[in-house]
Design a protein around this ligand. Sequence first.
Ligand code: BGC
Length: 361
Amino acid sequence: MTLVSHSLDVIKRYQSAGGAYPASPTFSAYRGYSWLRDGAFIAEGVSRHGDRSGAEAFHAWCARVISDRAGQVDSLVARSERGERVSPAEMLPTRFTLDGVDGDDDWWDFQLDGYGTWLWALREHSQRYGAAVAGTEKGVRTAARYLTAFWDLPCYDWWEEHVEQRHVATLGSIHAGLRAAVALGVLSPAESAAASEAVAGIEALVSADGVAESGYLMKWLGNSAVDGSLLACVEPFGLYPVGHPVGEATVREVERQLAVEGGVYRYLADTFYGGGRWVLLAGFLGWNHARAGRREEARRYLDWMAAQADPSGDLPEQVSDRLLVPGREQEWVERWGPVAKPLLWSHGMYLILADELGVTS
Ligand code: BGC
């Protein structure tokens, strides 16, 4: 079996009857939970390879879990419009149980990026198949209202860290999500105008405080370190698209600092499982190279991803052979067990990059 068909198979096998994608079905800390961020990229991967119904089941699941919380969103928005402070603990969750309930285990539960990434993926899918996904309208409007009201709040980043900061990759996800929501054509005129105003606000803020002196995007506003998640601000989110000097400088700087022989670290100070190279980030870097016309480089990242599969074809979250801080690996193994595998997001990214390069089997 090729890695494309194995990836499609793993994703389909573990998708819940209700449409949710578990992040990793066997990993102790993720088991039983679905993240909007992971799921959106997984859905994009399968959508590109013809699994229309799997992707649509996921989108319908997201729309349901988000619209179930429309009352919570309306009350948060009303309070913030009255000038009341809303706390991170009151916001929508980062991850949901497979049947769409807030989990009761403690988690780093205020992240905005997943809501934007979901809207982006839904729009990609709808455009690809030339039709709206039935039953998603209320979810889209709820997510758009939520992001429009709260896009400028600090929150946890893609890696569930630094809740006190405003992360550029998060702003890039929201920017793409709000543009997608407007383009989907289901917002009211007032919602659409407010969403477009937020999009302009993100652009102004990032260009003022999110670009380092030498021209690349920063990990968070005011911190000129780089982070692998910034790659998404170029391709696919297009906050600074391929060809824009800031986009080009970002891809170059992430690759220079974080890529080693095809694998990509999250950021230089990473200590999670000792800080290994992430399979899904190799996918983002390859995707950027492919879109910029550097197909050979893109192919190198695809090949590296494939080489990380175990004999059954399963891909891990990260690879532990060249750790940034080897002394910090064991504490995580003791806490949560071996590195997550299969990680469905790694398989989703493999599918996306394979499709970019015309690898269909
Ligand atoms: C990562 C998140 C991811 C989650 C589920 C966490 O360790 O930091 O980015 O969404 O795992 O895969």
